[in-house]
Write a protein that binds this ligand. Structure first.
Ligand SMILES: *[C@@H]1O[C@H](CO)[C@@H](O)[C@H](O)[C@H]1NC(C)=O
Ligand SMILES: *[C@@H]1O[C@H](CO)[C@@H](O)[C@H](O)[C@H]1NC(C)=O
Ligand SMILES: *[C@@H]1O[C@H](CO)[C@@H](O)[C@H](O)[C@H]1NC(C)=O
Length: 415
């Protein structure tokens, strides 16, 4: 025990001296992408100088079923991490696909992530690499214009929160590199874990499917992480992620990343980009039957958000209102014929051209600057139905965003 304590103090000293040199950097300025720099989730090379791995603490590497293949960072191992069935409770966990080739006969990989400590309230899953088979629909039949929506029928990624009454998380597939999602957890319930499942289709029978590859990072975020409470998870955090200022900065970083309740995705930075699932560099298609919120941080100085579409192509019902609101969804539903109900809901939105509307479909948000200035939280809500229509594009969207701190003067809203 005494030895262990000495070891901890040694690490604190080491980290402390690192901090002095690093004072010009603050985690806020770096943004969340660079949160766990030393020894956590970074690519590394094994001692043979050719095998790739992930830089983790030795303990993390062991609990994730990995194999140490070299050294990296400070006190860390280069870990070869592609076990398929893993149970772990580390504060940050990285999972990589096992070697899969064109002849792989299907596979199911399950990762059980158990709550690290009682303060954990959310898990953020970052899809650093995420290439699965795309969503599909049935083959077109002559003279029939509508088909079921594109859904994940081959490869399927799904997160199950094992707690009763938990949010239902959508199955995903396709190209989701750089995307992320949040899972809400409750340490007070009996089932203190989530299960992340990749179900990979047989490549023998479907040789045209692309190779499935993934590298996902699961970060356990702690709510109410006052200094005293945070110490529970401290040892693992410091050995694995070596925060630049011990104690308070890890808590700060968690706080920065905590999403408002109900958000599947959360962008805490003041500026950035977001896209629909399986945006696939503009080719899409987006996945059917989704309904989820993408949220942004509303600090006290922020009153709205400016969205600029790099591209925007969704299905539509009609075009009489320039692909806004009732063109995207009607009420009541017209009996007998299915109508598109795909849209992106942007609350209290106005385009630079002066168009007002909240549901955007078709191409209404393309080539537009949109200001959304709602009271309450900043978010957009994606909705897709289970219908595709011949010749109607469902490739999806990518937006750049900036939060606004002046929502009254249009000259400022639309510089
Ligand atoms: C499709 O419609 C065309 C024109 O109405 C008709 O000639 C053809 O037989 C139809 N094909 C099928 C498979 O019903
Ligand atoms: C967590 O679960 C406990 C026990 O079921 C419940 O009493 C509590 O309200 C839950 N907390 C949250 C934040 O949902
Ligand atoms: C759909 O729209 C996207 C973006 O505008 C474009 O790249 C793509 O070629 C279109 N696809 C079809 C089938 O029209």
């Amino acid at each position: 025990m005494a030895v262990k304590l000495k070891f901890i103090l040694l690490i604190i000293a080491a980290v402390g001296s690192g901090t002095a040199m690093d004072t010009h950097r603050t985690p806020r300025q770096n943004g969340p992408a660079l949160i766990f720099t030393a020894g956590n989730g970074e690519q590394c090379l094994g001692s043979d100088r050719s095998t790739g791995g992930v830089c983790l603490s030795r303990n993390q590497c062991n609990t994730q079923g990995g194999k140490a293949i070299g050294f990296c960072g400070v006190f860390a191992t280069c870990c070869s991490l592609n076990a398929c069935d893993v149970r772990t409770n580390t504060k940050v966990a990285v999972f990589i696909n096992p070697p899969l080739n064109r002849e792989s006969s299907g596979l199911e990989c399950s990762y059980n992530v158990e709550i690290n400590n009682n303060n954990v309230c959310q898990m953020r899953i970052d899809f650093e690499t995420f290439n699965l088979a795309p969503p599909t629909t049935v083959e077109a039949v002559e003279n029939v214009t509508s088909r079921p929506g594109y859904s994940c029928r081959n490869d399927i990624f799904q997160v199950t929160n094992l707690q009763a009454n938990s949010d239902i998380l959508p199955p995903l597939c396709g190209d989701n590199n750089g995307q992320h999602m949040y899972v809400r957890v409750n340490a007070s319930t009996n089932s203190r874990s989530i299960r992340i499942n990749f179900k990979i289709a047989d490549r023998n029978t479907q040789p045209n499917l692309p190779q499935a590859t993934w590298k996902i990072k699961v970060t356990q975020l702690e709510c109410f992480n006052t200094l005293g409470k945070y110490r529970d998870g401290f040892l693992e955090a410091i050995t694995s992620s070596l925060p630049s200022t011990p104690l308070s900065s890890s808590a700060d970083r968690d706080e920065y990343l905590i999403a408002p309740p109900g958000c599947l995705q959360y962008y805490p930075d003041r500026t950035g980009a977001f896209e629909s699932f399986n945006y696939n560099r503009g080719a899409g298609p987006y996945i059917a039957n989704l309904a989820y919120a993408t949220c942004f941080k509303k600090t006290p100085d922020v009153c709205g958000i400016k969205l600029t579409a790099a591209s925007f192509e969704m299905a539509f019902r009609d075009d009489t209102n320039m692909y806004l609101d009732t063109d995207c969804q009607t009420n009541p539903v017209v009996q007998g014929s299915s109508q598109s109900e795909d849209y992106l809901f942007i609350p209290e939105a106005e385009t630079a051209d002066g168009l007002r509307g909240s549901k955007y479909c078709g191409s209404s948000a393309s080539d537009q600057i949109i200001a959304s200035t709602p009271p309450g939280p900043l978010y957009v809500h994606f909705h897709s139905d289970n219908l595709v229509t011949t010749d109607i594009n469902e490739s999806g969207y990518r937006f750049n965003y900036n939060v606004l701190n002046n929502c009254y003067l249009r000259t400022n809203t639309f510089p």
